[in-house]
Every structure is written in C-alpha cells, then in structure tokens.
Design a protein around this ligand. Structure first.
Ligand SMILES: NC(=O)c1ccc[n+]([C@@H]2O[C@H](COP(=O)([O-])OP(=O)(O)OC[C@H]3O[C@@H](n4cnc5c(N)ncnc54)[C@H](OP(=O)(O)O)[C@@H]3O)[C@@H](O)[C@H]2O)c1
Length: 338
C-alpha cells in the first residue's frame, strides 16, 4: 500500500517512515531539504517530494495514488524560541493543515493519520489521568503553539463532520528517543544532561513517551481504525528528578542535586529567551517550555493500549538508546530546518 508522510525528516517523521517501510508500505514523504532527507532516510527506499506546508497546493497532487496520509509536519519547535509566532502557527498548523486534508480527499486518500499534542488536553481538578475527552479551550492554552493545536483539532472535527474521510488524531506526550537529528526539546534536554548544563531539577512532572512507540501506534492505526478517532500516546509519568536519576543510571554522569523552585525556573527561562532573541538560536529552556510542563498533568493512554494493541517500552530503554545515539552522533547533529 502506498502512503504519504509529511515531516519525514522530523524526529517523529523519520521513525514513522522507517516503521512503515519495515511493515511493507511504500512511502512518499514531503521534505523541505533533500540533503537532510538523504542523510536521514537515504537508505530506506522512501521517495522524497520536495515541498513546504506554506504552499500545500504546490505538492498536493503527489497524494494521488496514496491511500493513507500521515501528517506530522507542524510549526512547532520555533515557538520554544523568543519571537512572534502566531501568523506561522495559524497558517501551518490550522489553515494549511485543513487545506491539505481537503486536497487529500480530492486526490483519493482513504484515511488521514494526524499528529496533535497532549498539551491540547486539560488537567483534571482531582489530578486523575486526563483522557481524550478532556479537551482544553483555546483561550485556556498555556502557549500559542498549544492554542494552534487546539484550534486545529476543532477544525478537524468540523472537517470530519463535512466529510466521510476518517481522521485519526494522535496526541503524544513529550517525545524522547534516538535519531533526534536536529534535536527537539526532548533531545536538547538529554544533550544538556550529557554536557552537564542542567542547573538543577525543577519540581515538576511530565509524561514522556518513546518516539518509536508513537510511530508504531500510528502504523497500527492503519489496519485497526476505520473511523475518526483520537488517541493519547503519552508513555510514562515522570518527575524531573527521577528523569535525572534514570539518566544518571544510563550515562554514569551524576545528576544535578540542586532543586530549582518554579518561579526561579521562569526567571531563568526569561533570561534564556532574551539570549535566544539576540543569538537567534533555539534553547532548551524557555518561558514557553516551562509553561507547557508546569501543570504536572497526567494522561491515560489506555484507549491506545486497548484499541491499537500498543505497549510503551520502559523509560530506561528510551534513555539508553537516546543517550547512546547522541554520544555516537554528536558531530553529525543537524540544524533546524536543514
Ligand atoms: N516532540 C514532541 O515532544 C512532541 C510532542 C507532542 C506532539 N508533537 C507533534 O509531533 C509532530 C512531529 O514533531 P517532531 O517532534 O518530530 O518535531 P520536528 O523534528 O521539528 O518535526 C517537525 C517536522 O515538520 C516539518 N516542517 C515544519 N515546518 C514545515 C513546513 N513549513 N513545511 C513542511 N514541513 C515542515 C519539519 O521539517 P524539517 O525536517 O525540514 O525541519 C520536520 O520534519 C508535530 O506535529 C508536533 O507538533 C511533538
């Protein structure tokens, strides 16, 4: 079966392409840089389609002949840097995502598998794990990125009401794992640990999921789901101090002992944002990033486990594979977007 993947050179996308090919699918993937695609996916046999979500109509005809569209591309990591991001978030994550889905229908796609985020889900008052029904209102979003994903999901609901083409939406937790070649925030956190740049642990907790488990869940959806549905794939709930302890176990690098109060973390984030504005570099810490995780939300991935038959590998294995990969590839990391 022929499938089309957007964001194939991304962290999730490159694992998704590899998992699809391992499972016998023929993959076409949208890439912004053929050089990056060659480096990451050159040996996979995937076909590259050069294009950009800023101009969906320019590449959409390539969807013809494919049965499934996997949409992982998003305006995402840029929002962890200081700057005005809303016009890009709205265009890429909302308007042009729906345009892509409309054209997918026109070109004969039978199933869309989309990537949203667990940060579209609200925290429950009693702190029991939130599920797919605990949707957050756009005005309650902690960041503009989250707001774009919440509004995007609502537009997808309207798309589903208009058309019979099913859209299966995945809501991943914080993804970590190997081959984070142009490191995302999870990869940057691990790199900061490896380079002993973490000033301490903030007293917060978060759901961490192995990127390969998210990719496998998306592949499982092709044969197991034939109607519009939403799945949280959030992995394990982890306190940052326990994440540090686990990283200490897999690297033998002592974990930072200092505990940083949340208001101090925000002050540090504010300073880092100003540095990022001057240097134009993405940083691992930012006010936006701290906003995303300070709620210590818990998520239930039971629906994905039950309906897709997936399991989450132990955090230890994820961190072992991620730190091994970063250690072996420290000289080959890519910049974003190239
Ligand atoms: N990482 C996480 O913890 C996390 C958690 C929840 C949800 N998500 C969602 O998961 C999806 C994948 O994210 P990721 O972690 O794999 O991040 P990523 O590595 O930054 O991947 C994003 C992909 O989108 C592509 N892209 C961005 N803007 C584009 C544009 N204008 N046109 C075409 N392609 C474009 C990027 O292309 P280049 O390769 O050329 O840069 C990249 O391949 C996103 O939808 C994100 O919102 C991520």
């Amino acid at each position: 079966m022929k499938v089309f993947v957007t964001g194939g050179t991304g962290f999730l996308g490159n694992h998704l392409v590899k998992s699809l090919i391992k499972n016998g699918y023929e993959v076409k993937t949208l890439v912004r840089s053929e050089q990056k695609a060659e480096k990451l996916l050159g040996s996979t046999g995937a076909t590259f389609v050069k294009g950009d979500m800023n101009d969906v109509d320019a590449f959409a005809e390539e969807l013809r002949g494919c049965e499934v569209l996997f949409h992982t591309a998003a305006y995402f990591r840029e929002t962890f840097s200081f700057g005005k991001h809303w016009p890009d978030l709205e265009r890429i994550n909302i308007t042009n995502t729906i345009r892509l889905f409309e054209l997918a229908k026109e070109y004969g796609i039978k199933l869309i598998i989309h990537t949203s985020s667990s940060n579209t889900i609200k925290k429950r008052a009693d702190n029991t794990p939130s599920n797919e029904c605990d949707t957050r209102k756009p005005e309650d979003a902690m960041t503009l990125y989250a707001k774009s994903k919440i509004i995007g999901d609502k537009q997808i609901d309207k798309f589903s009401a208009r058309h019979s083409l099913p859209v299966v939406t995945f809501l991943p937790g914080w993804m970590m794992g190997p081959v984070d070649a142009a490191p995302t925030s999870g990869g940057k956190y691990i790199l900061d640990y490896l380079h002993k740049r973490l000033p301490g642990n903030v007293n917060i907790s978060i759901d961490i999921v192995d990127v390969r488990d998210v990719a496998d869940a998306m592949v499982a959806a092709v044969t197991r789901v034939n109607h519009s549905e939403r799945f949280l794939v959030a992995g394990h709930h982890v306190h940052l101090k326990d994440l540090s302890k686990e990283l200490e176990k897999v690297t033998d690098i002592p974990s930072p002992k200092r505990s940083i109060p949340v208001p101090i973390a925000f002050t540090l984030g504010w300073i880092v944002d100003r540095v990022s504005a001057i240097t134009k570099k993405e940083m691992a810490i930012s006010v936006n990033g701290i906003h995303e995780i300070r709620e210590c939300k818990r998520f239930s991935s039971e629906k994905a486990k039950n309906e897709l038959g997936i399991t989450f590998r132990p955090l230890h294995d994820t961190l072992q594979d991620a730190t091994d990969w970063f250690t072996e590839n420290s000289n080959a990391l890519l910049t974003h977007p190239d």
